[in-house]
Design a protein around this ligand. Structure first.
Ligand code: PAF
Length: 279
């Protein structure tokens, strides 16, 4: 497994591999890898000849009041995990390798990124799009894999790929959960036992919504209200609990099974979790 910190060296390596006809898959991550990330690497390996994993806690997608400094970092463990999954290269840049001191160009998606996470975190998707566009330019992958856990992020990146003509196929990988239902997340490291037990209310709310829709419920407002009540009762207060069109992310009134999703973001003290399900 090759490890790169220099964007130019990684770019040259990828270009040489492409010249040999190899199909390259990129798995962008912020490290602190867990089973969810490993599933993305496996999916990339199934679809590509070579897999590049990037590990970069991207400062531009964190607002000043967010957890950039506290975000969990475990470089050596992450490298061992990548090696164990058969990644071919890892890109491990420092902020100075990614951003010039006077960097002044941003990639801004102006529609899908306005709602939900974007309404709570107005500069978040600008940072995500900018860093992902840079990674796409450095690696020039044929395929890139992102987790459904960040449902809106995948939609925003797909829109960026379409609108900026990146010749890259985006794969959305299913959410990986702990056996009790909690969606895997690097931020689960912040949960004490009480907060973690109460956090099961998010996946419970999603399962209840799926069951309701399977039983014929089509009223989005009723499904949202039930989800809100479930997490609130457990002390996880919703920033949003929204039923949306899975493509456009627009709120809907009537659930269309297979084409709708329920997205949740909930807070408890200084902690914040997101989760979702297709309905
Ligand atoms: O989902 C993440 O971990 C990040 O938002 C990403 C896509 C790696 C960009 O920094």
């Amino acid at each position: 497994m090759d490890i790169f910190t220099s964007p130019d060296e990684l770019h040259a390596w990828c270009a040489a591999q492409k010249h040999l006809g190899r199909v390259i898959g990129l798995v962008p991550t912020m490290g602190s890898l867990h089973e969810g990330h490993l599933s993305l690497i496996r999916l990339a390996k199934e679809n590509c000849d070579l897999v590049v994993v990037s590990i970069f806690v991207n400062p531009t997608q964190f607002a000043p009041n967010e957890d950039y400094d506290a975000y969990p970092r475990q470089e050596q463990t992450d490298l061992a995990l990548c090696q164990g999954e058969g990644a071919d290269a890892v890109y491990l840049p420092r902020p100075a390798d990614m951003y010039a001191d006077d960097a002044s160009v941003w990639v801004t998606e102006t529609q899908l990124s306005r709602t939900l996470e974007g309404a709570e975190r107005p500069t978040h998707f600008r940072g995500v799009c900018t860093v992902v566009a840079k990674l796409f330019n450095i690696v020039q992958p044929d395929v890139a894999v992102f987790g459904q856990k960040d449902f809106q992020q995948v939609a925003v990146i797909r829109r960026m790929v379409r609108d900026l003509n990146f010749p890259i196929r985006i794969i959305r990988a299913p959410i990986v959960r702990d056996p009790d239902g909690l969606a895997k997340s690097s931020r689960n490291a912040y949960l004490d036992p009480d907060a973690r037990a109460a956090a099961l209310s998010l996946s419970q709310a999603l399962r209840d919504a799926q069951a309701a829709v399977a039983a014929g419920e089509r009223d989005a407002a009723r499904v949202e209200a039930a989800a809100r009540a479930t997490t609130t009762a457990a002390g996880w207060l919703p920033d949003y609990a929204k039923v949306i069109d899975a493509e456009t992310l627009m709120p809907i009134q009537t659930i269309l099974p297979g084409a709708s999703a329920l997205l949740l973001a909930c807070r408890r003290g200084g902690l914040r979790l997101i989760d979702n399900t297709l309905l």
